[in-house]
Design a protein around this ligand. Structure first.
Ligand SMILES: [Zn+2]
Length: 220
């Protein structure tokens, strides 16, 4: 049971040190000054220059909080994962499409808005008789700007933990090549046509992924 913010924080920190959870969400830096705080788990007051405290959602920066939020969203009664955890590499969305690692998907966030993410990995949690599924995604930021009428999405290497049942569908995304200055090359490549390998001369795009922000266009 959740006994109080402090106990809860300790419990989640303890949990986050378990090997399968470190594999799940990565290491938390021990140098992080917020690591030792004993504040309510999901909200932290942050004082800005004029000394006014603003409540910040910790989930955005703390892997343990992401996990906890994921468990809370699943409706688990306490932040414990005493059962088994099994990973999987592709998931099925509500509309039945199969989404493999790196593919983009749409899901509904806690504010009931549609979000876009890139599927990273799925985790099946076996808690006593319950089976719950969480997935990790690279979180996309849908921009207010668009390109040829198609929404633009930015990816900044942020992780989100999402219950599988809120994943709606696959979303076709294309790289915003003009924005990223991708180059076109020409050369010979082998393609398979009617069970035969054919050598063809063709032009292909070499995507430039060396940007802190990866920019994609939703192909609607
Ligand atoms: Zn490109």
């Amino acid at each position: 049971m959740l006994t109080g913010p402090k106990a809860c924080t300790n419990r989640v920190q303890e949990l986050a040190q378990r090997k399968e959870l470190i594999d799940f969400l990565g290491h938390l830096s021990a140098k992080d000054p917020n690591y030792e705080i004993h504040m309510p788990v999901l909200l932290m007051p942050n004082r800005c220059n004029n000394k006014k405290a603003i409540l910040q959602e910790l989930s955005s920066f703390h892997p343990q909080c992401l996990l906890l939020q994921g468990l809370v969203d699943l409706g688990t009664p306490s932040p414990t994962v005493d059962g088994k955890m099994i990973t999987y590499q592709s998931c099925r969305s509500q509309d039945g499409s199969v989404i493999k690692e790196g593919l983009s998907l749409a899901y509904i966030n806690r504010e009931n808005e549609v979000e876009i993410g890139l599927f990273k990995r799925g985790y099946l949690l076996l808690l006593e008789k319950q089976r719950k599924s969480l997935i990790t995604v690279e979180k996309g930021h849908i921009q207010t700007t668009s390109f040829l009428g198609c929404p633009i999405v930015h990816f900044m290497n942020e992780t989100d933990v999402v219950p599988l049942h809120i994943v709606l569908s696959y979303v076709p995304l294309v790289h915003h090549c003009g924005h990223s200055h991708c180059t076109i090359r020409e050369g010979r490549t082998t393609i398979r046509v009617e069970q035969e390998d054919k050598d063809v001369y063709r032009r292909f795009v070499v995507h430039n992924m060396n940007h802190a922000v990866k920019v994609y266009v939703v192909n609607v």
